[in-house]
Ligand binder design. Sequence first.
Ligand code: CP
Ligand code: NVA
Length: 314
Amino acid sequence: MIRHFIDIADYSSDQLRQMIQDALVMKARPASVSAKLSGMNIALLFEKPSTRTRISFEVGVNQLGATPLVLDNKGMQLGRGETVADTAKVMSRYVDAIMIRAENHDTVLELSHHASIPVINGLTNQSHPCQVMADVMTVAEKKAPDLNFAHLHIVWLGDGNNVAHSWIEAAAAFGFTLTLATPDALRPDASIVAKAKAAGGVIHLSNDPALAITDADVVVTDTWISMGASMGGAEHIDAAAHKNMLEPFRVTTQLMELAAPDAIFMHCLPVYRGNEADAEVVDGAQSVIWDEAENRLHAQKAIMCFCLDKNNAG
Ligand code: CP
Ligand code: NVA
């Protein structure tokens, strides 16, 4: 069976923990995997801008001994109406895997249905699983070296967006408690929350940022305006009204003081200081954003090996 990596909820807790474990080993001993995907070619296809995903995948593919092909949909016939299905079938004849950042989640699903090679989700309007695997790896390094997350309370403040959805799935898989404090109108997708709860996730929804953040071990936020919205796509929003609703959810230094004294602050980046978080928090002593960004590289290498290493099949 082809191992795609489309959402965290698609894999078992044991498989996901193994990926985090592998990522930690790859970070500690990068040379141990330098020929792991030797001779392979991996396409990295972007329908939206990217700094971290593009660079960390390109470097990660190189570090595993494979060759990356960085593509954008507008430079392909895909951008002129060739179907996703036909693109999937053709690409499957040339390359060994496809990482795609897509406008619509359905594009990734359709690509995976028609590809005979693994498809990895590098962000859609619905989820960002590679980001949250790197985030869980970062939480493991800082707070749970034994990969036991059960004692941790992670609090998300802001928009109930794609990254929040992957955190919700991660709560069910890794066993931490997750509270999402959002304006009522910007709650995460109810079906994703319900599915994660049914899978055993301890997930609370709140509209009270101060109450939610109190005693948190990990505080997470993200941009108030996601790419799908700012690029005028299907998710188009009234930016001023949206920001207005989110004002009380800014991670300020005052709110951060309510979290546990040793709480860490996380953000997938890019960050907009003064919107979703005070600059003092983003650049402060509790912030782990640079380690978090670095861990994209290691977590994604583990994900690619999970999808492509013949020895891992089954
Ligand atoms: N966090 C993240 O995915 O960043 P990019 O949009 O730069 O890839
Ligand atoms: N929620 C953000 C994440 C960027 C990495 C977006 O979709 O733009």
